[in-house]
Write a protein that binds this ligand. Structure first.
Ligand code: TRP
Length: 334
């Protein structure tokens, strides 16, 4: 609890360009629930370096992501939006938690196995202890809830295990966080292969809608989206391509699948794809306009970045000092 509200923490990596899937599946959800919580939304740049990054590119992407948080509707006066690397407690607590996490636990993480296979030439220790840094992110702020995608479930579970293990030894130091999975329907699949999640790192750019795609590009990608063979707009397992487009349409317009089927009764895929494209342009255009405005206002953004990092540092220090004391680090002389 912070100021009488439950605490929410979440983070996103600044790698790759954000897609419509990141927006409809995560960011939009963050905006919808923000008012009910005391929120911390971090750009987790420290996680990004577990994979080799180009420095200039990483810096640029981190700023873009932070700006997008705001453009998507998170009020930076009421939501603590900050860079993970600006708050020293993340690394400090991660080190301590490393000493309360077992090799065997980390070895089981499917994301580690996937990434190690993908980057076989750079299986660094940071990649291995990635989940511990994530646990530190969450536990530093005594978060009650953590909205994440289903792919992060295992990392949330290890966070809970670490917190409980620590608490069992030292008393109630950490809040044990709950996983907050977004509503169903927000899972967006690739436009070229509806069995795969729409991804920032898809090699085929036509599979993903990027948040910065201009209207023509958006429409063109939807026109090319793979569809199915029933030639009608019906929401069912046999039509994974159409089902994905219906999900996107519903998430963009607030309509239900049943309403959508009715709206497009007797119409072909072509009309429907056009309508989905337009609905998505309707979602992205205002976001892009706000983004452009924010980008012009460098001083304002810099001010937000500074102020929020200070707030995050202040809140996280309280937990860190408590932890340091519990484990027996010498107290600071004031
Ligand atoms: N690992 C998360 C992802 O790739 C990002 C992340 C880092 C995160 N720290 C977090 C998410 C803390 C939630 C809470 O999606």
């Amino acid at each position: 609890m912070l100021d009488g509200k439950k605490v929410l923490f979440s983070g996103m990596q600044a790698t790759g360009n954000l897609t419509l899937g990141n927006y409809l599946g995560a960011l939009k959800n963050w905006v919808n629930i923000a008012d009910d919580y005391e929120t911390f939304y971090s750009v987790v740049d420290m996680h990004s370096i577990t994979i080799r990054q180009d420095p200039a590119e990483l810096r640029k992407r981190a700023r873009t992501l932070l700006t997008l948080y705001i453009a998507a509707g998170l009020d930076p006066e009421r939501n603590c939006i900050y860079y993970q690397s600006h708050v020293s407690g993340h690394a400090e607590l991660a080190w301590i938690l490393n000493c309360f996490t077992y090799m065997g636990e980390l070895n089981r993480m499917t994301q580690f196995k996937d990434k190690a296979a993908k980057h076989a030439d750079n299986i660094n220790a940071g990649l291995f202890t990635y989940p511990v840094l994530m646990a530190a992110d969450i536990l530093l702020y005594q978060a009650d809830v953590v909205p994440v995608g289903i792919d992060q479930m295992q990392h949330l579970e290890i966070t809970r295990d670490i917190a409980q293990r620590f608490n069992a030894i030292y008393g109630d130091v950490f809040t044990v966080p709950e996983i907050y999975l977004g509503k169903v329907g927000a899972k967006v699949m690739s436009l070229q292969d509806p069995s795969k999640k729409m991804s920032k790192s898809d090699e085929n750019p036509n599979g993903s809608i990027y948040l910065m795609d201009d209207p023509d590009t958006v429409i063109r990608k939807f026109k090319r989206a793979v569809t199915d063979s029933e030639a009608c707009v019906r929401y069912c397992d046999e039509q994974p391509g159409i089902r994905n487009l219906i999900d996107i349409y519903c998430a963009s317009t607030g309509k239900t699948p049943a309403e959508t089927e009715k709206e497009f009764e007797g119409k072909g895929y072509g009309d429907f794809k056009m309508a989905v494209g337009e609905a998505v342009v309707g979602v992205l255009k205002p976001l892009q306009d706000r983004f452009a405005d924010l980008q012009k206002n460098k001083d304002y953004l810099d001010g937000i970045i500074k102020k929020n990092a200070e707030k995050a540092q202040y809140v996280s220090n309280k937990t860190l000092r408590k932890v340091q004391k519990k484990i027996g680090f010498p107290e600071r002389v004031r």
